[in-house]
Design a protein around this ligand. Sequence first.
Ligand code: NAD
Ligand code: ZN
Ligand code: ZN
Length: 341
Amino acid sequence: MKAVRFFGHKDVRVVNDIEKPVPKGDEVLLKIGGAGVCHSDLHIIDEGTVVGTVFTLGHENAGWIEEIGENVEGYKKGDAVLVYGPWGCGHCKPCQQSKENYCDHQSEQAYGGGLGLDGGMSEYMLVPSSRLLVPIFDLDPVIAAPLTDAALTPYSAIKRSLPKLMADEYVVVIGVGGLGHVALQILREISGAEIIACDVTEDKLAFAKELGAAYAINSKDADVAEQIQKITGIKKAKVVLDFVGSTSTIDLGTKVVSLDGDLTIVGLGGGHYQYSMNGLPFGVSMTNPYWGSRTELMEVVGLARQKKIHIEIEKHKLDDANEVYERMRQGKIKGRAVLIP
Ligand code: NAD
Ligand code: ZN
Ligand code: ZN
């Protein structure tokens, strides 16, 4: 079968000679409907965040059950499902609480399909346990795939700050890409706070306004922090969600976050931050969340089924993977690109 494989630093190839796996025990074989293209893939491909192993890319996956192992119950051929992406041990306390994104054993094992193990940019994908599937009912797997990351990750980040996102507060969203454009919609639907969005191109700023941002500011402007403070006044922004994570965006976050606020760095842009007593308002919680839990993914499916969030999608073939990654490097994708086998 055809698959988009990672061979090492800047070496991604579409191959045709991968054998279709056969599920055993609790394993499930999925026929892939769509595999989302996440910026984290570029950190793997260009910066070597996963090394020493050849695997099929794609960690945002959805499809239909093709075949189940002999121990799988509750699923049948043709059921439409998402693949929960961070694969934990399944046994430790965080895994039992459905938070496999914080599995005790994360440092010992590969993170999941498309992140060191074979992922979903392929005709079929082997999922190690039916525990990792979330049913999507009437949603189309071709377009639902990004719910597993581009929606789940901002949802989980927002949910932890929800008590601070009241209608008299401001929230700053930095980066209106795959994750950021869904973050704006989740904020619009489940929080009361007024949204200030930042990106670096005019089309992304216009897109942010369509999705619920009251203000959209170009973070290339030298006075971006002053522009934000002019909107928020002396109280500043109660929550900052940084979907870039570069040194400049983290620095911006520290300047606009309020006393007792949350500075949440989701982007893995390799930025640095040096703590200094006067550099951060008192009471700020700085956090770097990773993905979300399985039950939060079920809640995200609920938001999508109620049409409260909509993922803007570009559809491409597996053969076009390298061109799509190149467009993502240049910041040219609106919403999310999805590869469709
Ligand atoms: P994306 O490429 O779709 O979007 C990035 C957006 O940021 C683009 O719109 C781009 O124009 C904008 N941008 C770039 N530099 C900027 C700046 N200085 N100021 C404002 N905007 C800027 O990427 P994505 O798939 O949404 O991923 C975003 C980041 O989140 C990546 O670093 C990715 O690796 C990371 N990520 C983290 C997790 C997690 O669990 N922590 C999960 C998924 C993705
Ligand atoms: Zn991702
Ligand atoms: Zn675990």
